[in-house]
Write a protein that binds this ligand. Structure first.
Ligand SMILES: [Ca+2]
Ligand SMILES: [Ca+2]
Length: 490
């Protein structure tokens, strides 16, 4: 609480708190930092009672990607969504994250200017993003092919194949929910109308079990069916997990895939299907080769995560690795790290839980900013391109409000051949850590993650993680200095 030159700070455990205002009629500002690390400011509240409740909202996500679409930097979605570190998945056990992720940028969402694509990777929460490497490719495919990058967030084993393509896709023959209602109309088009968990009061990101049952339509023995599933999630996180550990009656069931067991029930064929790793719609491939009976080609996806399925399409595996799909590497020619401030969320979706949209060009005023920055050594601002060319431990760190501005040289590429369509594939190696109070190492940039680290090694009390990291690198490779910056009156 601040009024004039007076300032008071207390640790609150709920209940009533008293602040003296002296002769003032109001405080200048009351600023709360909640256990989720979110800030909430009340400007010039009158003297008297002020009731504050923690806002129910997304408390973390992943870095966001924006791309120049010819007029503005448009929001493309979360990237590096499958690389959270420090999140407990069981008491004393931290998540084992996959540091590599492919992200497909539809060709119609980005426009080259002077032969360059312009993109921005940005941290919009109080999180630390660690980018070790990133690369771009042009991917040309017949316009009739479906194409999807496997950016599923799941437990090990992690997806090994980056791209799936199918020569033509079709809608499912039928779609039902957990209680048998016909939901086919909801999953025919990618239109933000989705089958998913009904959000209610309770633990963020976990809802009552829900299901999407699909009849995949005609299959013949030997087919290699792929389900292309468009959807989004509303993230839970370390807070959610900590709550669930204390309440075993409320399990967080990650999506599993089932097929009819021939006796009127269902049996599991994929225990951990994974989720689309983002708060806005993206497509995930679900390979089903050898798992579906052509005589009864039904599957069912069951979960209690707050996931939403917007569109389902069925295709047969083909194209990637053949002459039909052509991949060409393109070069990142500029990578500039800078502080910009926090963007504004302009849409949070139908029920407030997505799909979300963010406005890069509208910055949150500092006093309304919900996120401060994290203590510790960060990459200095400026040209950081050299650190991003290889996955070698030389990393670029982004904190709340930081942006990594990228330019990709595509001027030398031949245009796509007639009948082909061009998209862009962004492949990243890196990690993301939120600052929830239950996340390990939540109050500092370090210990730094590194390729090949065991799932638990980034724990704050793990032996010498950061030291072994810095010992194994030449000093010049440490793109890090002691930079502490204040954001919005912290
Ligand atoms: Ca690197
Ligand atoms: Ca839909």
């Amino acid at each position: 609480m601040q009024t004039g030159a007076r300032y008071a700070r207390v640790l609150a455990h709920g209940g009533l708190l008293h602040f003296g205002l002296g002769g003032a009629a109001r405080a200048d500002v009351v600023r709360v930092r909640w256990p989720t690390s979110a800030f909430q400011s009340v400007v010039e509240p009158e003297a008297g009672a002020l009731e504050l409740r923690e806002p129910a909202d997304l408390m973390g996500s992943c870095p966001y990607l924006y791309a120049w679409d010819g007029t503005r930097f448009a929001f493309l979605g979360d990237v590096m969504g499958q690389v959270p570190i420090g999140i407990p998945v069981a008491p004393g056990v931290l998540v084992n994250a996959d540091p590599t992720e492919p992200f497909l940028i539809p060709g119609d969402r980005v426009v080259a200017m002077d032969g360059r694509l312009r993109l921005v990777l940005k941290e919009e929460f109080r999180e630390v993003t660690y980018v070790d490497a990133l690369r771009f490719e042009a991917v040309d495919r017949p316009a009739t092919h479906a194409l999807s990058a496997d950016g599923r967030c799941k437990a090990p084993p992690f997806p090994e194949r980056e791209l799936y393509a199918s020569p033509g896709v079709r809608p499912p023959r039928a779609a039902r929910d957990l209680v048998g209602r016909d939901v086919l109309a909801l999953v025919l088009e990618r239109d933000d109308r989705a089958v998913g968990g009904q959000a209610g009061p309770g633990t963020q990101g976990v809802v009552a079990p829900h299901a999407l049952e699909l009849d995949l339509g005609p299959l013949t023995p030997g087919d290699r069916p792929i389900l292309y599933l468009d959807g989004w999630v509303y993230w839970g996180g370390a807070n959610t997990n900590a709550a669930l550990f204390q309440d075993p009656a409320r399990p967080a069931d990650w999506p599993r895939v089932e097929v009819p067991d021939g006796r009127g029930g269902w049996r599991t064929i994929i225990a951990d299907m994974g989720i689309p790793a983002g708060t806005t719609t993206r497509t995930i491939p679900v390979p089903l080769e050898g798992l579906v009976d052509p005589r009864d080609p039904r599957i069912r996806i069951v979960t209690s995560l707050q996931a939403y399925w917007d569109r389902a399409q069925v295709g047969l595996d083909g194209g990637v690795g053949s002459a039909a799909v052509v991949r060409r590497p393109v070069s990142v020619v500029r990578a500039e790290l800078a502080f910009r401030g926090l963007s504004t969320r302009v849409r949070s979706g139908g029920d407030g839980h997505g799909p979300a949209d963010w406005d890069y060009h509208r910055l949150t005023p500092p006093l309304e900013a919900r996120w401060g920055q994290v203590a510790g050594g960060h990459t200095p601002y400026g040209d950081v391109r050299a650190a991003l060319t290889a996955a070698d431990g030389q990393m670029v760190t982004l904190d709340a409000g930081d942006e990594l501005a990228l330019e990709v040289d595509v001027g030398g590429l031949p245009p796509p051949l007639p009948g082909l369509q061009r998209d862009w594939l962004l492949s990243t190696v890196g990690w993301d850590k939120d600052t929830n109070m239950h996340t390990a190492g939540n109050e500092s940039v370090g210990p730094l993650p590194y390729l090949g680290m065991p799932g638990h090694a980034h724990r704050a009390d793990a032996p010498s993680t950061a030291q072994s990291w810095s010992r194994s690198r030449p000093p010049a490779a440490l793109m890090v200095d002691l930079r502490l910056r204040a954001l919005g009156g912290r």
